[in-house]
Design a binder for this molecule. Structure first.
Ligand SMILES: Cc1cc2nc3c(=O)[nH]c(=O)nc-3n(C[C@H](O)[C@H](O)[C@H](O)COP(=O)(O)OP(=O)(O)OC[C@H]3O[C@@H](n4cnc5c(N)ncnc54)[C@H](O)[C@@H]3O)c2cc1C
Length: 486
């Protein structure tokens, strides 16, 4: 590294750290991004094995405006692949797969809910608004607004799919803030959805819509020809020598760590005076960098150890965030041996249905070139907050669980080719009850620590799109501090 002082050091090259460092660089800030692993992308990890393109982390991302804009800016729009907008997601219920209804007609015909269950949903506009300030679980919110059946059969499986979480524990205010706002801001889900659609239509008609037309169009489910990891790899290539991977001894996690985060003066009224020194080992050599601003883009537990010397309270709040274990089993089958036509995204299983798998993604149906011709690639997820023990089963047991349950649900008559098994002891942060308040407290403590920022999937949304949005926002904020102090 040519210089020993940087304006900003970002630690952790998952999508959050990469986007933050990239944005800082494009804004003219002298930045270094330090990553402990030899690989960038964090949990975003695609790999080609025996002609299969497997995903060890996210299989896809919602095509949010921020993601599409970033992809355009990077000049790689041609590499995007989009899932078929008509491809359904299924829910496994009472021994069969039900397509999640995507319109009124399909909803009425669907057998996922009973007649009474459907009627209960239509009563939603007449449900009173909850007045309590306390956080409410996703399950309780769903039961209250759309009834027990829909909560169990439509909401709980999606909670497993997104968070590998427990709907009884997840906070609707933290995990699904837009949903919670439909009630508090508009009086209910139906009312809010209609009001928002009207607002959007008016906005499109207004004069500013002329400018908005330049905004990228959202897409449905997206990935890249070479898998999700293409995005972090592309950003890494733009960072060039400002990215250092393999900072192996950058042990923030342990006491006596080789990274020191020192705040010589962290008086809030004097933001110019902060400074940090970061020590680490790379390729057998010790390095020391200093910087004015530090952005920690690691998982919460690691961030907790970095800030421990500065704020015990902040460190404690970060340590409280739970990440359940999860195992991902990538299995391949000869297509002709699968009785079910794999025409969609995959299926999710409500916890009440007694499966060990949370659900699965039908990779080779969702995106092109995921498997050799005639083969189907299926990714099954095992474990999560409701079944942590299953995630820790031995490889052979994991395969038996995943294959046995897929065989039963999809009608498979052959043995699988086991393409890969991926394990996370700590997978997706759980936005459980109290998380909304916790994040507010974290933000307020950070305001007293100028020069230090935290980003990552444990703060303002777990999805790839949310991480991109937040990392970009924080980069602009850090840039403005620098502008103010220079
Ligand atoms: C199994 C799984 C499936 C998912 N599926 C989807 C999906 O389908 N769609 C979707 O939108 N989202 C999905 N997500 C969520 C989303 O992809 C992640 O939330 C997001 O990628 C997290 O990015 P991050 O940069 O915040 O954290 P991470 O990816 O965890 O990156 C943190 C980085 O910090 C580094 N680091 C850690 N310690 C240190 C240290 N001491 N020094 C230096 N570096 C360090 C790590 O090596 C890593 O590179 C999924 C997540 C998981 C785990």
């Amino acid at each position: 590294m040519p210089q020993h002082h940087k304006d900003v050091i970002v630690i952790g090259a998952g999508i959050s750290g990469l986007v933050c460092a990239y944005r800082l660089k494009t804004l003219g800030v002298d930045v270094a991004l330090l990553e402990k692993s030899a690989r960038v992308g964090g949990v975003i990890h695609s790999e080609r094995i025996d002609g299969f393109l497997i995903e060890r982390g996210p299989n896809s991302s919602q095509g949010t405006e921020e993601l599409v804009a970033l992809v355009e800016e990077l000049g790689v729009t041609d590499e995007l692949v989009e899932g078929d907008p008509k491809a359904p997601a299924y829910v496994y219920f009472t021994g069969r797969l039900h397509a999640v209804p995507s319109g009124a007609g399909a909803f009425i015909k669907s057998k996922l809910l009973s007649f009474a269950g459907k009627l209960r949903i239509f009563k939603e506009p007449f449900v009173r608004v909850r007045r309590s300030e306390a956080e409410e679980s996703v399950a309780s919110f769903a039961r209250r607004r759309i009834g027990r059946e829909a909560a169990e059969r439509m909401v709980a499986p999606f909670v497993s799919g997104i968070y590998a979480g427990d709907a009884e524990q997840l906070s609707v205010q933290a995990a699904f803030p837009k949903l919670a706002n439909l009630e508090t801001g508009y009086g209910g889900l139906f009312r809010g959805t209609f009001a928002k659609a009207l607002e959007a239509r008016r906005a499109r008609k207004s004069a500013s819509a002329v400018l908005d037309k330049a905004a990228p169009t959202r897409r449905r489910l997206c990935s890249f020809k070479d898998g999700m990891a293409f995005l972090p790899q592309t950003i890494a290539s733009k960072l060039g020598e400002d990215l250092l991977t393999g900072c192996e001894e950058l042990r923030i996690a342990d006491r006596g760590s080789r990274i020191e985060a020192t705040l010589p003066d962290h008086a809030p009224e004097n933001p110019q005076s902060t400074g940090f020194s970061v020590e680490f080992e790379r390729a057998g050599r010790n390095h020391k960098l200093t910087c004015n601003r530090l952005v920690i883009a690691t998982p919460a537990k690691t961030a907790a150890t970095v800030v421990a010397g500065v704020s015990d309270h902040l460190s404690h709040l970060l340590n409280e965030i739970e990440y359940p274990p999860l195992a991902i089993v990538s299995l391949a089958y000869d297509e002709s041996t699968i009785a079910t036509h794999l025409d969609g995204f995959g299926f999710l299983a409500p916890p009440s249905q007694g499966l060990n798998i949370l659900g699965c993604v039908w990779n080779s149906s969702l995106f092109p070139d995921r498997a050799p011709r005639g083969q189907a690639l299926i990714t099954a997820f095992v474990g999560g907050a409701l079944n942590p023990r299953a995630a820790r089963a031995a490889d052979s047991e994991l395969v038996a669980i995943a294959h046995g349950e897929l065989q039963k649900v999809l009608g498979i008559s052959s043995d699988p080719q086991v393409v890969a098994i991926t394990r996370y002891e700590r997978s997706i942060p759980q936005y459980n009850l109290g998380h909304f308040a916790r994040v507010q407290r974290i933000e307020s403590l950070l305001r007293d620590l100028p020069g230090l920022r935290l980003i990552g999937n444990y703060l303002h949304g777990v999805s790839t799109g949310d991480c991109i949005k937040d990392a970009d926002r924080v980069a602009r904020e850090v840039r403005s501090w620098r502008a103010a102090s220079s």
